[in-house]
Structure formats: C-alpha cells, structure tokens
Design a binder for this molecule. Structure first.
Ligand SMILES: [Fe+2]
Length: 202
C-alpha cells in the first residue's frame, strides 16, 4: 500500500503544483510521518498509516484553493478510481473530527450542494476507526514547514480560516491527542520532541 501511495502521490504532484497549493507536498509528507510514527508506537500498521497520511489531501490535485470545501470529495473520487478504498475513506473522514459539528463548514457546503453527498459517505464510515482518528490527529500536528503540537498548529488554522467556534475543534483534537497518548503509553508529543522544538523555535 505504501508503494502504491507513493506512486499516486508523485503522479498527482504536477496537477497540485499547477493548481497552486503551496506546500501541499511538505504538509502531506509531514502528516504521513506523524501517522507512521504514532502508529508504530501504538502497535498499528505503520506503513498503512504512512500511506493514508500521504494521500489524505490528494483531492487538492482537483479542487482549487477556492474550492477547498470539496477536496474531501474529489480526493475520495481520485482514490476510488485508483482502487484504494481505505485511502478514499480517509479522504472523507480526515476533515470531520469525531463529535465535531463544524457549523461553519456545513453551511458553506450546503450552499454549494456538497453537504448531502458528504453526509451520506460519513454515515457509511461510522463509527470512525483508529486510522480515521490517527490521520485526523496527524493532519493537525503537521504544517508545511514542520511537525508541531495540536495547540500550535491550530493557531495557524484559526487565523487562516477564521473559524467562528474554535473551542469545539480544539477540544476534540486534544481528545485525540490524549486518546493516542494513552494507546501508546506515552505523551504522543514525546515521539516528536526534536521536530516540535525545531518547528516552534524556527
Ligand atoms: Fe491536510
């Protein structure tokens, strides 16, 4: 699965570049690294985690920055066409943290007609499994310039997207951090001590 993920990633990269997603490759590789390392520490399949992390934002090879609210659906379509249903699932679930209402996000999608298809797919993927949760966490510990804490990464997200109710998002993401810390028997941030230090002090 890891080799196939690399192949899809490299093939799609020119399209992402042409669309103009700055730092997509570095963010995707950082998400893959976070997912791989936490998976390894938790006894999950680290290669599978890497592959799922690498491909989670592949929809950005189709959706432009103005169409960011569709990248989960375009990613799903790309990965189903590639015969990768597990990665297609992650393309959908990575955006929707468990228990998160995301009112702002749903309003925008409803206006554009994407909410119904998204809700149908999300319903199929309930309950979320540990790979869904892992990529949700990894996506929020990885920027395009490094690996960091959820708390630090979320400051960047809040200021870029101007989320109206960030407290809810942070609460769920910190819950994921604690869930994997317990599963690994150590604070997950300790797996990335030097990466986090480098990112925060850069
Ligand atoms: Fe992402």
């Amino acid at each position: 699965m890891r080799d196939k993920a690399e192949d899809v990633f490299v093939r799609r990269f020119p399209e992402v570049l042409a669309i103009g997603w700055e730092g997509w490759d570095r963010h995707s590789r950082n998400v893959a690294t976070v997912a791989e390392r936490i998976a390894g520490a938790c006894g999950m399949d680290a290669d599978k985690a890497y592959a799922l992390g690498l491909l989670h934002d592949i929809g950005k090879s189709v959706s432009t920055p103005d169409e960011n609210m569709t990248h989960h659906l375009t990613g799903y379509d790309v990965l189903m066409a590639e015969g990768m249903p597990e990665a297609a699932r992650i393309a959908i679930t990575h955006t929707f943290y468990e228990g998160q209402e995301m009112d702002h996000f749903w309003d925008i999608m409803a206006r554009n007609g994407y909410a119904e298809r998204t809700q149908k797919l999300l319903a199929e993927y309930q309950p979320f499994d540990d790979y869904d949760r892992l990529v949700q966490l990894a996506d929020n510990m990885a920027t395009s310039w490094g690996i960091t804490t959820v708390e630090n990464r979320f400051c960047d997200i809040i200021t870029r997207h101007l989320l109206p109710n960030p407290g809810k998002n942070v609460k769920v993401l910190c819950g994921l951090r604690d869930y994997f810390s317990e599963k690994c028997g150590q604070n997950v941030y300790s797996l990335f001590r030097s990466d986090i230090e480098q990112t925060i002090f850069m």
